[in-house]
Structures are given as C-alpha cells and as structure tokens.
Design a protein around this ligand. Structure first.
Ligand code: FE2
Length: 361
C-alpha cells in the first residue's frame, strides 16, 4: 500500500464564480458563514477578488476573475460556478512535493513562498479530476487572517451550527471511476472504503457506480461517482453534460444538530430536495431510534440511516448553481462512519424527480 501523504486537514475549498460578492453574501446569509478575509484590487491584487468565509472548521474561498485576460474566465465559461480547488494543509511542503514528484503527480504550480507582513506560507498545486486542483499549503508560523494578500474583514453570518466539511463528492466521466480511485490511492495514499453499501446504485430508471476513498486517519473522505448504463440518462451524466468535465457534485457540511441547522437554513431561504413519497413510512423505526419525530424529519427533508457503528442523518439542497451541477449536503453523524446505503438510493430517486422537472431524464 502507498504510504499516505501527511495531510493535516482540508485547509479550504475554493470556488470560482461569476460574482464572488453575491455568492459570499449567499454563504453568509443562507449558510451562516462569517466573512473573515478579502483579497482584491484594494489589497494589491488587481485581477481578481476572493472572499474567505468560515464557520467551525469549514473554510470556503469564493473567487471571481475581474478581467477577460484571467484564464479562470475559461473555467467559468466551461463549467459555470464550480469548485476549483480542494486545498490541504501539510507541515513540510518540500517533503510532500518530493514524494508527489516521485509518484508522478502533475504539478500545476511548483512549490513557492508567498509572504506578507504576517509571515510566509509555502504552497504548491497538483492537477486533480477535470479542471480541479489540489493545493498543498504549509502555513509555518503565518498569523494573518487567512493567507498572504488577504486583509481582515469582519462580516458575521449567523450560528447555523455547521462544524466543518464531512466529505465531498466528485462526478467523473464514464469508466473513469477506477482511474480516480487509483489516483487517490497512488498519489495521496488514500484507501478505498470497501465496506460501503452503495457501490452500485440503481433505480428503476438510472444507474451509477460509486466508490469512497479516505485519508489514512479517515478525516478526509471523498466519494466518486461515474454514470452507468440505465434505461434513462444517469444524473451523473446530466452533471457531466452541464459541467463538461469531472468536477465536484456536492460538498457535505457537518453539524452536530441537523434539525437546528436545516431549520435555520430553510428559514434563510435555502431550498432542500423533496424526499420521495413513502420514504418516511419505511424509516419510522429508525426515526424513532434517533428520537426525532417523523413530522420534523418530513418537514425538513431529512433522511435517516444507520450502519454498524451508529446513525446518520442527511439532507440535500437543490442545486445552488443555475446549472444542475453543485449542491450541498448537511450531515449529522451519530457514530455512523458510512455514507448511508439506503439514503444514497433515496437521494438518487429524489434527484431523478428533479432531473425530470428539467426535462433531462
Ligand atoms: Fe454526500
């Protein structure tokens, strides 16, 4: 087995969007994230703006290019608003890059130092699925508000109860699943989660294959989907038709109290995916075991599942982008370490209904 790259945590997730000011406002008002730092023309970065937002251990960076000369406008034209970077914090960047080099990772950016009056950070990036990259960041003793070039901004969100990033899910092209599982195993030393119940998901109409890879300490979890042959167009294929390449399909944000978090987000105007009819009849025992009444679950579109370690509660938003590409998941783990085999299938049935509404099924 490949020795794992010593990753401390997901440092941040960066999205490239058409209007970062509006999306950062959405992140504050709908998701409750605090705006903590900003980089743009006013801070000496003339070509783009980036807003750094935070809640618990979750850090999002929302970036927009400001001129047509910025290559990120091509990214936007091809994919629409989308995740560009899932950045990892490491301690020894040069040591990590030496290993990545030996493992034939494709560098997008070689190790370099970035400084401001708060100190120096070392960063490097490698290519990942589609036009996405993984940036590695060694903060050293850097004590600025986010990263060099950012100035502090204090615009609070609200207490939505979010605590961090539980996992993210990637959609890849047909027959590319194994290649990307191997990428995470061979380059980063992640291991496939073999015990998962959702490998092949099939509804009456569509199908997909899915695998989960996790870091050695199980703290970074990535699920990867590819479309499979079914009677109708797989929802992974719908994503690919709009996104053009592989990309992040959803970010799963963790909470310790999903009822409070989803209720607050619904109040703030976020739309959650309606759950198919009959679902709550099937899970009434599970709901009871979780101590949440059925009406509350139904009202908030929360799904409930279990594995041998405990319970799992999940809710998914409708796409947060105009293209049916990116959505969010809210997840509360009560011991469970899996991704919910039966909830996974219910999610796909719910997504099919949405797909049909768009005329894409
Ligand atoms: Fe998920």
């Amino acid at each position: 087995m490949t020795h794992p790259i010593p990753i401390r945590r997901v440092h941040h997730v960066e999205l490239i969007v058409g209007n970062a000011r509006l999306v950062s406002f959405f992140c504050r008002k709908a998701l409750g994230l605090d705006l903590v730092a900003y980089r743009g023309p006013e801070t000496g970065c003339p070509g783009s703006v980036s807003y750094a937002l935070k809640r618990g251990d979750l850090h999002l960076v929302i970036t927009s290019p400001l001129t047509h000369e910025d290559p990120r406008v091509i990214f936007l034209a091809l994919h629409g608003d989308s995740v560009k970077d899932v950045a990892f914090e490491v301690e020894d960047l040069d040591g990590v890059c030496e290993i990545l080099e030996k493992r034939n990772a494709t560098f997008v950016e070689r190790p370099r130092a970035v400084s401001d009056s708060h100190g120096t950070v070392r960063i490097a990036s490698i290519k990942a699925f589609g036009d996405t990259v993984h940036t590695f960041i060694a903060r050293g003793g850097y004590d600025g508000p986010f990263l060099p070039g950012f100035e502090p901004r204090k615009r609070p969100g609200y207490d939505s109860g979010l605590t961090g990033l539980d996992h993210f899910t990637v959609n890849v092209e047909g027959r590319q699943l194994e290649r990307w599982v191997e990428y995470y195993a061979d380059i980063l030393g992640f291991h496939p989660q073999d015990t998962w119940a959702g490998h092949d998901v099939q509804t009456d109409r569509t199908a997909l294959h899915s695998e989960i890879v996790t870091s050695a300490d199980n703290r970074i979890r990535i699920s990867i989907n590819e479309p499979a042959v079914g009677k109708r167009r797989s929802q992974v294929q719908e994503f690919l038709d709009y996104h053009l390449t592989a990309g992040v399909q959803h970010l799963a944000l963790s909470t310790k109290d999903i009822v409070r978090t989803v209720a607050a987000m619904k109040d703030a105007g976020l739309e959650f995916l309606p759950v198919p009819d009959g679902y709550y009849d099937r899970v009434s025992d599970l709901a009871q075991a979780c101590g949440i009444d059925r009406q509350t679950l139904e009202h908030l579109s929360i799904l409930v599942d279990r594995d041998d370690k405990g319970y799992l509660l999940q809710a998914w938003t409708r796409p947060v982008t105009d293209r049916p590409t990116l959505f969010l998941e809210i997840i509360e783990r009560r011991g469970a370490e899996s991704f919910g085999g039966s909830s996974f299938k219910t999610l796909f049935e719910a997504l099919e209904v949405e797909q049909a509404r768009r005329g894409n099924l």
